[in-house]
Design a binder for this molecule. Structure first.
Ligand SMILES: [Zn+2]
Length: 234
């Protein structure tokens, strides 16, 4: 039976895991499904009604999250594609057919490496150009732009080196613009003071909205290219 609860107009699917030996019930989310672990039905009902606001808040957060890498899809040039890998002895390459992005490569690993390299090259090109343009607007210079696989979207160090996350080119362009503006603004102000945000606003007037929007994006790397899924696509 498919169980669900309704909170704030959302129909949230949930699974009840019965563990008669546990004293305290708990809640967690598995993707967008709520999992309730309790010793019995009554304890389950009780914890749900007690934590309705928590459930609602987390559910909305999960629903709003945009994952750049998913188990079977990927963002490319700000658009989501169904992604799949097809075994091929030629050099790795990618093809786009409608909403499908297919990577041809000799192995799953080489497909992964190929897509990482492509994303990294796109980001290096786009963000170097953006940072250069923004720095010119401020009459500032940076030492170097680096592209890394890291947790943050960007970092600007006091030696004027700017590091960008390697998958920024997957984001919508206005978010790329905000990230570049933010890091370049640090060339003038090495802090997050009011003065710093004035510089950001000069480079990117809509920064408040974009900064909020960026919080919905999750750049965590997931393996994308399962061969079986690729077969479904072709
Ligand atoms: Zn900063």
């Amino acid at each position: 039976m498919d169980s669900f609860i309704e909170i704030d107009g959302n129909r949230i699917g949930f699974d009840f895991v019965r563990k008669p030996w546990i004293k305290n019930s708990y809640l967690k989310f598995d993707e967008d499904r709520l999992v309730v672990v309790s010793r019995n039905e009554k304890a389950m009902q009780k914890i749900i009604s007690k934590h309705r606001p928590w459930i609602s808040k987390h559910y909305k957060q999960i629903k709003n999250t945009v994952r750049l890498f998913d188990s079977n899809s990927i963002f490319y040039n700000s658009k989501r594609y169904n992604a799949g890998y097809v075994k091929s002895d030629s050099r790795p390459k990618a093809d786009i057919w409608g909403d499908n992005l297919i990577i041809y490569a000799p192995s799953n690993e080489s497909a992964e490496r190929f897509i990482d390299r492509t994303i990294r090259d796109d980001t290096a090109k786009a963000l170097s150009e953006l940072a250069m343009r923004k720095a010119e607007q401020l009459n500032e210079r940076f030492r170097e732009v680096r592209i890394r696989r890291c947790r943050k979207w960007g970092v600007c160090r006091s030696d004027r080196t700017i590091t960008f996350n390697y998958c920024i080119s997957m984001l919508p362009e206005e978010l790329q613009d905000y990230i570049a503006s933010h890091e370049v603004a640090h060339l003038k102000e090495m802090n997050h003071s009011g003065k710093f945000w004035e510089v950001v606003s000069f480079l990117c007037p809509d920064y408040r909205r974009l900064r909020r929007e960026l919080r919905n994006y999750d750049s965590k790397r997931r393996r994308v290219y399962q061969q079986a899924q690729a077969e479904n696509l072709t």
